[in-house]
Design a protein around this ligand. Sequence first.
Ligand SMILES: *Cc1c(COP(=O)(O)O)cnc(C)c1O
Length: 397
Amino acid sequence: MTHNSLHWYSKLLHPSSEAPAGFKSLVPPVHRASTVLFERQSDVADDWNTERKYTYGLYGTPTVLNLGARIAELEDARFSFVVPGGQSALALVYLAYCCAGSHVLLPWNAYGPHKDLARDMMSRFDVEVEEYDPLIGSGISALIRENSSLVWCESPGSVTMEVQDVPAIVKAARERGVPVALDNTYSAGVLFNAFGAGVDISIQALTKYVGGHSDLLLGTVSVRDEEGYNRVGPIHRQLGLGVSPDACSLALRGLETLGIRLRYMSASALEIAQRLAERPEIDTVLHPALPSCLGHEFWKRDFTGAASVFSILFSENYSPTQVESFVDGLKLLGIGTSWGGTASLALVYPDLQRPNIDYGGRLVRLSIGLEETTDLMRDIESAMSNMSEASPQRESR
Ligand SMILES: *Cc1c(COP(=O)(O)O)cnc(C)c1O
């Protein structure tokens, strides 16, 4: 059968011409594929281990594996599995390391949907997730049981930003042979050396700083060693956690500017945090680089920098309604979840669950982006003074 003899229908799928070879650019190519072609029938396989060979798009095309390799390099991991988001990264770790009857330890300031996963799905699978004080340090020892399968850390914790003594927790867990998993999203995998601190698994929502432009959802599960690789790989396949090479290509682009974005946003956020700490409206600024943040000493010891997300707690003179009016009054800062993007965001957390502490709807999380710092500060100050006008003292006059 000669090519010329083919009907044009067939030529659409089996062309005789191709673009010239030898093209080189700065941009990693986007490889989209479900099917992977084999030379012969005897080569056909279905193997999650992409280091042995490519067998199916689900386990990653070169674009996906390129992103994973770049994250693994930054984190100094054995391997990074790319997954659809931070949340699926958390789920993958549970399903790879736990079984019915397992006990898991989770700090009480963990990411909200992580706690939902623990309380709902994991409890239905008979995995008991016990919450602990994030500042427990080596005291975690007393909570570890015979059936403990995993100790989670998240440092700084979501919204209330407590920094954990991860090395102390790792030491205690190691002595009892329990693997430690860290949600390392805050540090973008670069401001805190998870594997240097001894953790076994580090997850990240690339959705935040790596993606960096609020336009993609991706995550990674990075493993320290061969054991982790062989434990997570098959479950990644069984759950079918494939990702889009197009999203990975955006994350690869995000990596190029991660350093410079973090540097600018971190400096801007710290300046704003310091200015806010002086405002009479604010009771506490929860920013890891400020001594007012619980665990600040561990941040100082273990981190190479601070990210650009932090929280402010309004003084008790302000009602939840006033705090809401502060957020509504912001012009440059948008109202929305997530963080780490180029545009600044603010959000009130009306019903944060923390043992023994009631933030009473007065806690606002800020994510500082790439706007000029003084513009953001003017916006925040103006929203604050408008809010103050509605304060109960003035109204009662
Ligand atoms: C956002 C976030 C996640 C979830 O990431 P998605 O990509 O949105 O699923 C997990 N952990 C932390 C700490 C986060 O901030």
